[in-house]
Design a protein around this ligand. Sequence first.
Ligand code: ARG
Length: 462
Amino acid sequence: MSTLWHGRFDGDPAGELMAYTASIGFDVRLAPDDIAGSRAHVRMLGRVGLLSEAEAAEVLGALDQTEAELASGDFAFAPGDEDIHTAIERRVTELAGVAGARLHTGRSRNDQVATALRLFAKRELAAIAADVIALQQVLLERAIGAGNAYLPGYTHLQRAQPVLLAHHLLAHGWALARDVDRLADARARMDVSPLGAGAVAGSSLPLDPDMTAAELGFAARFENSIDAVSDRDFAAESLFALTMLAVHLSRLGEEIVFWTSEEAGFAALDDAYATGSSMLPQKKNPDIAELARAKAGRLIGNLTGLLATLKGLPLAYNRDLQEDKEPLFDAVDQVRLGVRAMAGLMSTIAFNTEAMAAAADAPTAAATDLAEHLVANGMPFRDAHAIVGGLVRRSLDGEGSLADLVRGDPRLGAAAAELLAPGVPVTRRTTPGGAGPHSVRAQIARFRTRLTADADRFEPGS
Ligand code: ARG
């Protein structure tokens, strides 16, 4: 078996060594990024005179063919191909002979791998951001369509105050807006090319890392070759941004599980986004929502696993760093599927606004409004709270309906009792950013503006 590093070794590597250390099984998905990095490197080598024009053209041609073979499935992997970078270089050397053997001039797999993974992460984070924006668009449309429908807002999962359904939906939307920001931030910070850092110290050859950085579309080149090949903060940061997003999806998932339960009855899933039971014919289960809850745990595992791998590593490259890929690949795949499934689910879910209103119309939901009515008439809030609390307790003790007790109380009276009428309390949430119709109309406009700006940053399908 031939490896790229067999020069100073006697005999073949052990089978167990290859089985344990090879990464080709998963880093094959970095092929397009490795090819892009190799093209930039070869062009740079040509421009600085380390490759003749003819040699550079020959290697670029071999890279084209290798790319085509990988894309069509015709690429023949060899036993010594321990990772995709090795495999591509081997094939290019087979195709371009002496010129191909110059491809790795001034380059190490250490800067090569870091470059490919940054290119991968930049692309995937942008694609996921575009998917998140599509989900936010769904939430916006559903919020607009919800009009003045309202449901209980909860604290401690106890009914607290009525809120517009639109307000509730956009609460998830704003959280996702921060996820888009985090993805953009992480992306901007990782937009630095490590190519040219070599194994650890750069090279004696006249490499031009600025040229390769520009060629690859990076905003800058590395400032320090040791840092360039050794740090994976960009992968960890990507994982955090993805994990936070997954946690947000899990909260939306929990909402759906609760809303679609028979106990709440606030919503019904479209058949295409629900699952059945193998035994119970009547069941319609919210499996997407449940998996959105569960996969957040898996993502947290990916993030903490990578941080544990990085912790305490000496500078610069260590083979430990090969373990950066699987958690990132898995996070990217799972989040992508999750965001898209939730977008489909949310665009098709049917809201039962009558059940929501019925749950929100319990007279006690207006208790705060009664207290605020007294405050508006000059009473200190603590006293108002005590008075209303006393009436609620008397009502619960069976002395009469809250409305009757309010009407009969000289401090409150008939005008205050009207606050208890169905649908009234939510209209009184007028704070900017609050849950009532007037505030929510303004919020929808602001959300739309924000979404349009974000959509300009991340074109869908990019
Ligand atoms: N597959 C390896 C990785 O992902 C390649 C780097 C190996 N470099 C080395 N110096 N042994 O990190």
